[in-house]
Ligand binder design. Structure first.
Ligand code: TPP
Ligand code: MG
Length: 820
């Protein structure tokens, strides 16, 4: 616990000297007590009072919750304002739900169903909880970083003048478990935030010096302190409670304080667990001979001594309120709040308490100490000294709860039916994407105004240069492009201003996806709609995958454009080649994935995507038994485009509405088969020329053959699953066939399929299961090498020759009537 106390910030708002302030404090203390009871009981009820049907432990984190009871009481019932947004440490979910319950925003039923189907969620969830969670948490570190990017998103929409009227600037607050600071993404966010002159962010660190497994390293606070200081944050350390501060002023107090500062975290935790007698023994042995110490200890019985020694800053309401109210400006601030994991519970301080649950006997004595009669467990004011009417009045006036719910709706941005297709006989999808955006950049319409792009240092190499040249870089301050001012010739014009529409990030894909998550929620958080597009190299999706998943889990709306991809990036080699991303695209919930081959397909998908991003869940009820909306076409979602730098010959055609629909549904016949055809080639993406060449060659032997273009394996697959599910639940005949079923219908029932893609073959091989057809699946299964495309395609067997070999095998197999 060693370190010099260092508190900054202005004077306390209320000194506690007035009657009103005292009454306020009394109410807050009562609520703090009630929060501890309710959160503990919620978990106990889920584990001990609800019948179990599966013998699984339900779980919950009583100790982690107790650790934050005081800090969250102070924040939610006093400090926060409706415009503030909070990411609550995942394991304090029961505390959050208890607070919302007392504010009338959470039902008793959902609390009783904590961790059960339809009940309050284990970890606060924007999409699954009913009580207005601002930011989901669960995967530690991500909620913390989210506050940084939400603040940047808030600046973006406010500086454009788009935020909901009457909504003042809010603080983005993270309640951070100290072990969350082990997660690298936190530092990536810290660094990026510093570059962007971050403001309006508070990180409140629940410094209980325990993680899941263990007690954290001593002197960590010093690192935390220095690091935040380095990034320009204010650091407010809340180490000692008021009772401790008073004791330090008495004879023997200086020695006591020094002892506390020098005490290793593990010993402090162990003594917390053991209680008053153990504290006394240890203190007498260590500093009992120093002047005044024995008298100081004698003035406390064991209980009072334990209370004194556990009176850390983060558990002292007055100290906490003073610290929070002491910060009145927008400088990012880190509060290091010393706490005790499980304070007030029998396993307080025990290093194994993370998932510890009170047993029924312990609960009985805890219940007695809170004076909760049997049957009154959920009563909001049972067992409190403050009269219920006083508390009801207090709760009615809580500033944070004056607006509810705090979710906004933003008007949708009109999207044209189609976007112009850039001309050119030979193009890559990446180039096409850049040109479509550069065209949009010349447009004065609302669509172009709503787009905001971002990229982790690959803006130019993913072809966003044309867009950025016209639309500029976003920055709170106006900065000219120095190279331009110096008349140095450059293709990039990068002036920065609040009007800019591109947010340039450093190379950290976690930050990209967290920012996309924040920008993708501005319609709900700030009442302003933006259409975020993030670009990166396809393989590096995996670097930020958890953050991508996190953004999707919150139902943020954004577009990810990933390019280049596959082994088709040739000489760049194995380290940059992506194999598994098509499967990520298929399996990631909330993300519709596409891999177009041609630029007209891309334009079609983009026009659809701008609209899809804006659709709202019109049916918040649980999914019906027969879910016909598996493609999420009603409620919308985010979009992932896997693109390529390979220039390929473009078809001369203009797409009919039906053809466009097929592209969005996931596939179409580039060359339709004859009825009863015995063979089809199925391809996706940039190896279209190889598929086409093989198709043309195969026609000599199999003139009925067809060539199926898959623009979205994800949507084809999801549509198939949905149709199957409808059949299963609808008595075998419900619902129309899936799009893939309709596409395959002209083929002979036992026709052979050859699938090929520059990615893992499993992305397409499932198509054989739709009608029980044999498949020869080509794709990439091993790390790539450098090379040109002929060499690479030959080596990995996705060239025309390999496709022909596979066609021959398919035909042979069919003749034999067997399977592979
Ligand atoms: C990314 C991730 N890894 C692992 C976990 C499992 N886990 C949950 S809580 C926790 C440690 C939490 O310690 P701390 O943040 O200090 O919170 P405390 O419970 O002490 O308040 C771990 C490792 C997780 N939720 N997310
Ligand atoms: Mg901890």
């Amino acid at each position: 616990m060693a370190e010099p106390i260092r508190e900054e910030g202005g004077p306390a708002r209320e000194s506690g000297s007035t009657d009103a302030a005292q009454r306020r404090l009394e109410c807050l203390r009562a609520l703090e007590r009630k929060i501890l009871w309710l959160s503990t009981w919620t978990i106990h009820n889920a584990n001990h009072e609800r019948p179990s049907r599966d013998n699984l432990k339900v779980g919950g984190h009583q100790a982690s919750s107790a650790s934050l009871a005081t800090l969250m009481t102070a924040l939610y019932f006093d400090v926060l304002r409706p415009q503030d947004r909070v990411a609550v440490k995942p394991h304090a979910s029961p505390v959050f739900h208890a607070i919302q319950y007392l504010l009338g925003h959470q039902s008793r039923e959902r609390l009783a169903d904590f961790r059960a189907f339809g009940g309050a969620q284990s970890y606060p969830s924007r999409t699954k909880d009913a009580d207005d969670v601002d930011f989901s948490t669960g995967s530690v570190g991500l909620g913390v970083a989210m506050t940084t990017f939400a603040s940047m998103a808030q600046d973006y929409v406010r500086l454009k003048g788009w935020a909901t009227d009457d909504l003042p600037e809010g603080r983005m607050v993270a309640l951070v478990g100290d072990a969350e600071l082990d997660e690298g993404n936190v530092y990536e966010a810290l660094y990026e935030g510093w570059k962007h002159d971050l403001r309006n962010v508070w990180w409140v660190i629940d410094y209980n010096r325990q993680s899941l497994d263990a007690v954290v390293t001593d002197h960590l606070f010093g690192q935390i302190d220095r690091m935040f200081d380095n990034y320009g944050w204010r650091v407010v350390t809340l180490k000692y409670g008021k009772r401790q501060q008073a004791a330090f002023a008495r004879p023997g107090g200086t020695a006591l304080r020094r002892w506390i500062d020098d005490c290793p975290n593990s010993l402090y935790s162990a003594l917390v667990f053991q209680g008053g007698a153990a504290w006394r023994r240890q203190l007498l042995a260590d500093i009992g001979e120093e002047a005044g110490v024995r008298e100081l200890l004698d003035a406390h019985d064991d209980d009072a001594l334990a209370a004194l020694m556990t009176n850390l800053g983060g558990h002292d309401l007055e100290a906490v309120l003073e610290a929070f109210h002491g910060v009145t400006d927008d400088r990012p601030t880190c509060f290091i709040a010393y706490t005790i994991k499980g304070l007030g519970l029998p396993f307080a301080g025990h290093k194994d308490n993370h998932a510890g649950l009170m047993n029924p006997e312990q609960m009985a004595s805890f219940r007695a100490s809170h004076r909760i009669p049997e049957g009154a467990e959920w009563e909001p004011f049972a067992g409190l000294d403050t009269p219920p009417e006083t508390l009801r009045d207090f709760l009615r006036q809580v500033p944070f709860a004056q607006v509810y719910p705090r979710r906004y709706r933003a008007a949708t941005v009109p999207v044209p039916e189609a976007l112009p297709v850039p001309s050119g006989e030979s193009q890559s999808t990446q180039e096409g994407f850049g040109r479509i955006l550069a065209d949009l950049a010349r447009d004065d319409g609302p669509l172009a105004a709503a787009i905001v792009t971002t990229s982790p240092d690959v803006t130019v190499s993913t072809n966003l240069g044309g867009w950025v040249n016209r639309r500029g870089i976003f920055d709170r301050r106006r900065r000219e492009d120095v190279f331009r001012a110096q008349k140095v010739v450059s293709a990039q014009r990068w002036s920065q201003s609040p009007e800019g529409q591109h947010i340039e990030l450093g190379i950290a894909e976690n930050n990209l996806f967290t920012l996309l998550g924040a920008l993708g929620l501005t319609h709900s958080l700030f009442g302003a709609r933006v259409l975020p597009i993030g670009t990166l190299y396809d393989p590096f999706i995996q670097r930020g995958l958890d953050a991508l998943n996190y953004a999707c889990y919150q139902d943020a709306r954004f577009m990810v454009v990933a390019t280049p991809s596959g082994i088709t990036l040739g000489p760049e080699g194995g380290a940059h080649q992506s194999i598994s991303t098509p499967l990520i695209g298929m399996a990631q919930d909330g993300l519709a994935s596409f891999e177009p081959a041609f630029v007209d397909e891309l334009a079609t998908i983009l026009a659809w995507a701008f609209d899809y991003l804006q659709r709202a869940p019109d049916d918040p009820a649980p999914a019906p038994a027969v879910d016909r909306n598996w493609l999420r076409d009603r409620q919308g979602g985010s979009v992932y485009l896997r693109l390529s730098t390979r220039q390929i010959a473009q078809p001369r055609r203009s797409l009919s509405p039906a053809a466009s629909d097929d592209i969005i549904a996931g596939g179409y016949w580039l060359r339709p088969p004859a009825a009863g055809a015995p063979l089809a080639i199925v391809y996706s993406g940039a190896i279209a020329p190889e598929a086409l060449a093989a198709y043309e060659a195969v026609l000599e032997d199999v003139p009925e053959a067809g060539l199926l273009a898959v623009t979205s394996a994800d949507r084809l697959n999801a549509g198939w699953h949905a149709a199957e599910r409808a059949r299963q639940t609808g008595g075998g005949s419900a619902g129309p066939p899936a799009h893939i079923g309709r596409l395959l219908a002209p083929l002979a029932p036992d026709a052979g399929l050859v699938s090929v893609t520059d990615g893992h073959p499993a992305a397409l091989s499932w198509i054989g299961a739709v009608r029980g057809q044999p498949v020869q699946a080509l794709g990439v299964e091993h790390f790539g090498q450098s090379g040109d495309l002929p060499d690479l395609y030959r080596h990995y067997r996705i060239d025309a020759e390999a496709i022909l070999d596979a066609c021959a095998a398919a035909c042979l197999e069919r003749l034999r009537g067997g399977t592979g």
